[in-house]
Each structure stands twice: as structure tokens, then as C-alpha cells.
Design a protein around this ligand. Structure first.
Ligand SMILES: NC(=O)c1ccc[n+]([C@@H]2O[C@H](COP(=O)([O-])OP(=O)(O)OC[C@H]3O[C@@H](n4cnc5c(N)ncnc54)[C@H](O)[C@@H]3O)[C@@H](O)[C@H]2O)c1
Length: 294
């Protein structure tokens, strides 16, 4: 029997893996869900965090391994690609790793949040098995940039030399961290769309998922204020921002993980090349208010 097109229980640890890039709050939560039916390969830049995550997963009975990799380093990404090519294949890719303003340099942020996603797709894409799927965690912020074919064309070639200079010119000045994040995440959505087309004939799917306001370690680390999106530079507290959401609260990591679980399973086998917002209805409110055009 072929082992490539069926979902295996993690107990058969030689089957294609679920590859999870980023061992933070969301990545670990996703691992605990995908690990119920796939062996796990966890990737992170932080050795201590990687070891602690893999140890915790093994203790719970999951089949898990770790691979240290900085997704901004082309040589390390190439090694990851080689490791994957020598293994049983990738059944599910969840790309989660991203940083916020705490990184302190917008170009570095773009390198991790957008270029990193593109490099991971290049490394892991060839190892996706038939029936496999890749999901890139984006953000509701990806809906904030204007609808503009010039911007889309720029974001569709992020590894082109001079990309950051061209984006700075497009933006009219150095983008702040909020705008860097918005552009990077729109680039991630467009990457997933592109991959879905590029993987024609392979029976492999590509998607992005845009969480809205989620109570997570990353969100807490980013501080208690968010842009008001009222056309001014004003910021509002997270609590006030959450009141915009029709459900009048932030979401939880579990509410993201449940959707990731579905989208990366055979139950979603015809969902391809699209971004799925998981935001409690926040985008719908922003759309009505003219804050987003998408
Ligand atoms: N929490 C929210 O409200 C919210 C909203 C929208 C989108 N998101 C998105 O969800 C994801 C949040 O993930 P999280 O909560 O697990 O974040 P996190 O900060 O807990 O984890 C991010 C992980 O990425 C790893 N990482 C950073 N740079 C790396 C690199 N160069 N190479 C390899 N690994 C690297 C970090 O070591 C860390 O383990 C991000 O993509 C974020 O943009 C979050």
C-alpha cells in the first residue's frame, strides 16, 4: 500500500511528516493537533526552545524530531531542503515563524516574515507528497495594503535584488513596523496563491490563514497598543481594539489551530490557493468602514 496519499497515525512514525516552522505559542499548539496523525518535524532558530518543544511533545507521546534552522540563512535553508528530500516526504507544512516590531529593523523583519516564508516554500515544496498541503500563517494585517497591481507585482518577486529599496520607494518613506508587517503578510498570501498555481498536477495544495486578534505569547510580547486605523497615527489599547470585533473578544490559539487542522486535512481537499481569515468577523467590520478594500 502506498504511504504517500493517506493520513497516517503518528504511531507509524516512518510516514510523511508534518513540518512545522516555528516553535512558538502557535507552532506548538499546531504541532499538538497535527501530531495526532503525522510524525512531526519541528524547526526553529532557537536551540533551547526547539529542544524544550520536542522534549515536551515526546513526553506526551507524539513522534517528534527537531531541526535547527534560521530561515533567513540560504545555506541553512538549503540543508533543510536536503534533509527533507532524504526523508519520507512532507504531508503537511505549517509555516508559522514570524517576528514583530521587537526585532527592531524593518529589513530584518521583512527577511524573516516574507523572505523566510518564500525560502521555506522553496525548501519544502519539492518534498510535499501527493495529497500534501502547505499552510502559511499570515495575518489580518495582510488586508490593510491598498489594492494595487504595482504593489502586487513587487510583492510577487520578494527575493529580487533591491526588493526592500523598491518597497521603500513605493511606500514613499521607510515603512514603520506596522506597515512592514502588513506588506510582508500580503506577500505571504500571494505566495500561497502562487504556489497553488505552480503545483498544478502535483495534487498538493497551498493556502494561507490570517489570524485576527489572537491572545498569544507573540501578541502579548508586542505590547498593549495597536494602530487605530482611523487615518491618524493614534494607537488604541488591545482591549478597545477587540471591541471592534463582532464577537467582541480576541480569539484563542486553539481557535486558530482547529482551522489549521481542518485545512491541512483531507476534509479540506478542494480548498486551495486562498487566504482564510480567522478573525471573529473583524475584516467584515473593516471592509464596511473602508479600512480594507479586500
Ligand atoms: N497573535 C496574534 O494576534 C497574531 C495575529 C495575526 C497573526 N499572527 C501570526 O501568527 C504567528 C504567531 O506565531 P507565534 O504566536 O507562535 O509566535 P512566537 O513569537 O511565539 O513564535 C515565533 C517562532 O518563530 C521562531 N523564529 C523567529 N525567527 C526565526 C528564524 N529566522 N528562523 C526560524 N525560526 C524563527 C522563534 O524562535 C519562535 O519560536 C506569526 O506568523 C504571526 O505573524 C499572530
Amino acid at each position: 500500500m502506498s504511504t504517500t496519499a493517506v493520513e497516517l497515525t503518528a504511531y507509524w512514525a516512518k510516514g510523511p511528516v508534518a513540518l512545522i516552522i516555528g516553535c512558538g505559542g502557535m507552532g506548538t499548539s499546531i504541532a499538538r493537533t497535527l501530531g495526532r496523525r503525522h510524525p512531526l518535524l519541528m524547526v526553529d532558530i532557537d536551540q533551547k526552545r526547539l529542544d524544550a518543544t520536542v522534549d515536551g511533545l515526546l513526553l506526551d507521546g507524539f513522534a517528534a524530531r527537531g531541526h535547527l534552522c534560521d530561515i533567513t540563512d540560504p545555506a541553512q535553508i538549503e540543508t533543510l531542503g536536503q534533509v527533507l528530500a532524504q526523508g519520507p516526504g512532507v504531508r503537511a507544512l505549517a509555516h508559522v515563524a514570524a517576528v514583530g516590531k521587537s526585532i527592531g529593523d524593518w529589513r530584518k523583519m521583512m527577511d524573516i516574515d516574507l523572505f523566510g516564508a518564500v525560502r521555506v516554500a522553496q525548501a519544502a515544496g519539492p518534498s510535499l507528497v501527493r495529497g500534501g498541503a502547505a499552510l502559511f500563517i499570515s495575518s489580518l494585517a495582510s488586508y490593510l495594503p491598498p489594492l494595487d497591481s504595482k504593489l502586487d507585482a513587487l510583492l510577487d518577486d520578494p527575493l529580487a535584488p533591491g526588493f526592500c529599496d523598491a518597497l521603500e520607494t513605493y511606500h514613499g518613506r521607510e515603512p514603520d513596523f506596522d506597515w512592514t508587517y502588513n506588506y510582508a503578510k500580503l506577500g505571504v498570501n500571494r505566495l500561497a496563491e502562487r504556489l497553488a498555481r505552480d503545483w498544478r498536477g502535483r495534487e498538493a495544495r497551498a493556502l494561507s490563514l490570517s489570524p485576527g486578534m489572537i491572545d498569544s505569547p507573540m501578541a502579548r510580547a508586542e505590547g498593549d497598543t495597536l494602530p487605530s486605523h482611523d487615518g491618524s497615527e493614534a494607537r488604541v489599547t488591545r482591549a478597545d481594539k477587540a471591541k471592534e470585533i463582532p464577537l467582541e473578544r480576541e480569539g484563542s490559539l486553539l481557535e486558530i489551530t482547529n482551522v489549521v487542522d481542518f485545512l491541512l486535512s483531507d476534509a479540506a481537499s478542494f480548498v486551495n490557493g486562498i487566504d482564510i481569515p480567522v478573525d471573529g468577523g473583524h475584516r467584515a467590520v473593516w471592509h464596511k468602514a473602508g479600512i480594507v478594500a479586500r
